[in-house]
Design a protein around this ligand. Sequence first.
Ligand SMILES: Cc1cc2nc3c(=O)[nH]c(=O)nc-3n(C[C@H](O)[C@H](O)[C@H](O)COP(=O)(O)O)c2cc1C
Length: 344
Amino acid sequence: MNTRMTELFGCRYPIQCGGMLWIAKPSLAAAISNAGALGNLTSGNYNSADELREAIDETRQLTDAPFIVNITTMPSIRLPVELLQDFFRVCCEKKICALEIAGAPVDRFLGPEFLPMAKEAGVKVLHKVGTVKHAVHAQKVGYDAITIAGFEEGGFPHKDNVSTLVLLPRVVSEVDIPVLAAGGMADGRGLAAALTLGADGIMMATRFLATRESEVHPNIHKVLMEKKENDTSLNLQSLLSAFGLQVRALSNTIMKKVEEVENAGGDLTDLLPLISGERAKAVWKEGNADEAMLTIGQSVGLIDDIPTVEALIQRMIAEAKGALNRAHGMLSQNDDSWEKEISA
Ligand SMILES: Cc1cc2nc3c(=O)[nH]c(=O)nc-3n(C[C@H](O)[C@H](O)[C@H](O)COP(=O)(O)O)c2cc1C
C-alpha cells in the first residue's frame, strides 16, 4: 500500500501509532515499526533531554525502521515549555524520521525558529489537530503532514465535538499536504474508509494499547476487550475549555468523582489528585481500571482481542484490501461516468 504517508515517512503501511503517555515506549514503538507501521515514542514519558536521547537510542537498537516522536504541546507543570523545546532539539540532533506535535502549534508554543530547525535537520513534522482551521494553519506555517482527529478519539479531542467522518473530507478539501485520519480507527475497514475519504493513512492509539507488546497489566487488556463504544465519556470541559479541549476517557469511578467535583464548582487543586498522570501510570501497571483517568477512545468498541502487533497489522491490511475490493466490485465494469458527472 503506497500512499503519500508511506512515501513521506518511509514506512511500509499507512498506519501510525499515536502518542500515548506511559505506554508508547521503545519496545512498543519498535514492535510497531518492525511490523511495517510507524511506531511512536512519546517524549512525555521522560523527565529530561538526556532521558529522551537514551530512549531514542534504545528504540534504534530494537528497530532499523522509522518511528515518530510525540511532543504534546500543552501547558504542564511536569513538562515546562523549556523542556519541550529541549525535546524538539534532541529530535533534530538525532535526526529522527518525524515528530508528531499534539496541542498548540510549534511556531506559537515553542517559537518561530523550531519548524525551520526541523526542516534543516530533515525531520518531518506532523501536527495532530481537531479542526479544519487548525489544519489550514499547520499547512500555512510549514508542517509536512496533518492528523485530523475527530471527537471519537481518546485523549484530548477538540471541544467542537465533530466526528472524523465529517472532519476528514473537510480537511482533505482544504489542504494539499498528506492527511492522516484519527479517532474511531481500529481495524482494516476503518483504514479502507479513511483512504476512500481521501486520507493518506490513519493514526490509532487505543488499538495499539490492546496488543501483547503494550506493557500494561492483564486486567487492562481484559477491560479493553469488554468495554464497548458507549463506555467512554467527555470530561473536564470546565478545566480545558480555555484551550478548546476536553478529555475522552473510560467511564469509571474516578470520572464520576471528577464530574461531581466539577459540578460542585471545584478547581484544578481539587481535580488534580483525581486526574494526575501519576495515578494513570500506576493503574496501567497495577490493573485497577477504576482508579484513574484512562484516556481511551470510542474505538474500544471495535476491540475484542489482544493480538501481537505483527498479527494486528497483517490482519488490518488484509481487511482493508478486502473492503476496498468489495467497494470496487460494486462498480459496473469500466464505469468511468463518475468523472464526467463530478466535473459537470
Ligand atoms: C493510553 C493513551 C494515552 C494517550 N496519551 C497521549 C499523549 O500523551 N499525547 C497525545 O498527543 N495524545 C495522547 N493520546 C491520544 C492518542 O494519541 C490519539 O490521538 C487517540 O487516542 C486516537 O484515538 P483512538 O485511541 O481511538 O485510536 C493517548 C491515547 C491513549 C489511548
